[in-house]
Ligand binder design. Sequence first.
Ligand code: SF4
Length: 182
Amino acid sequence: MLFKREMKDKRSRKIAFLAHCLINQNSKVQGVANFPAMIDPLINLLKKHKIGIIQIPCPEQAELGIGRPLGDDTKQRYDTLSYRKTCSKISDDLIKKIKDYQKNNYKITFILGVNGSPSCGVDVTPVRKGSISVLSKEKGVFFEILIKKLGKNKIKIPIFGIPETRKVGNLKETLKKIEKIV
Ligand code: SF4
């Protein structure tokens, strides 16, 4: 007799973890949403490859609420002890979820952050230099913490940054790169 969890059904057993605003642009700071609701071309890719979505909680919203002001929008603005604690807690919850899926034979295809975000930047993050904000090749506060914790837990999953604006990358090219590994 088969246990329930071994029974065959239609599930793909493929899952991706997405930064919150990639499927809910309403969570972004005022003035920086580029789509009405979701990053539609990304959702099409996920549908095409039958990949389920786990929406990562938005750490900025968890810390400062939906009405947070744009401010200087740099990594330094968010680099506080309290914010790091919030990011750490979200990361621990995600790692627990990832381990549970992996233990039960699900494939975590990739994790997606947001290039250009001071929190979820993967390759490019705005940092304060003197009195101005410049783009730097580094991770945002949240993804820096998440990636360190994944490493400590020996979890290897491809991670990509979806460009927030044209200034930090090309969405089409990024999706092509992602599609190569699914
Ligand atoms: S990039 Fe990260 S912190 Fe910024 S709105 Fe999206 S999920 Fe929230």
